[in-house]
Write a protein that binds this ligand. Structure first.
Ligand code: SF4
Ligand code: SF4
Length: 220
């Protein structure tokens, strides 16, 4: 008899292979994996991903042998494929947008102009409301074609890899800080406390950014 946990993990992976991997959080979950898990474990409806649109809902319905539901528009609308563009004449290099990007598509250092790596950008929009100077916009790359017709499995796997690599790096940094705190050496401890404080400030800034992103998406 097959292990039910193994079946569950396999199903989550198959759902994940259908989701677009932009990690945009429009579904109400922090990542595509979190949404896939919620579908399997909590029966969350399959129509909450506006990025993947109706074509991915249809695939999910086929996989799970469920009724194909129309997109839940409270999560957002299906849109063309777009990428972020930073107005380099206005950018002051505050680095906040870099922290918001789930796939490391923005490069730049403190007080230096930032730029978007076009090939990495998924158009998730998470960076847009984080900019205190409102200098990030979106450039439509697919005219009237919806995102799901342009964004193939190659794009999705590359975005997923970048996201997972970033998550691992952030986890490693956090673990390193925790180890430093545990070592109880005063100089290191104060350095790690300062880092923790910085992480906390960034975490709060990102929370505010996500909240602003939700408001931004629901603007008429
Ligand atoms: S692409 Fe965005 S809305 Fe779709 S499942 Fe992933 S995080 Fe959720
Ligand atoms: S640059 Fe902005 S829109 Fe592009 S992937 Fe990063 S956060 Fe999303």
């Amino acid at each position: 008899m097959r292990n039910p946990e193994e079946n569950k993990t396999g199903l989550i992976d198959r759902i994940l292979s259908i989701l677009p991997q932009t990690q945009c959080a429009k579904c109400g979950f922090d990542s595509c994996r979190a949404y896939a898990m919620a579908i399997v474990e909590n029966g969350v409806p399959i129509n909450r991903c506006p990025t993947g649109g109706q074509s991915r809902i249809q695939k999910l319905a086929e996989l799970l042998q469920l009724e194909e539901l129309p997109l839940d528009r409270s999560c957002g609308e299906e849109k063309p494929y777009s990428i972020a563009v930073i107005d380099e004449t206005t950018c002051t290099g505050c680095t906040i947008c870099i922290q918001a990007c789930p796939v490391d598509a923005i490069v730049g250092t403190g007080k230096m102009m930032h730029t978007v790596i076009n090939d990495y950008c998924t158009g998730c929009e998470l960076c847009i409301p984080t900019c205190p100077l409102d200098c990030i916009g979106l450039k439509n790359m697919s005219a009237t074609l919806p995102f799901s017709e342009v964004w193939d499995t190659g794009h999705a796997s590359a975005a997923r890899e970048r996201f997972e690599r970033r998550q691992k790096r952030l986890d490693d940094e956090k673990n390193k800080l925790n180890r430093l705190s545990a070592s109880k050496q005063p100089a290191q401890e104060s350095a790690s406390q300062a880092e923790n404080k910085k992480s906390e400030i960034l975490r709060k800034a990102l929370e505010r950014a996500r909240e602003k992103a939700r408001e931004y998406r629901h603007k008429p």
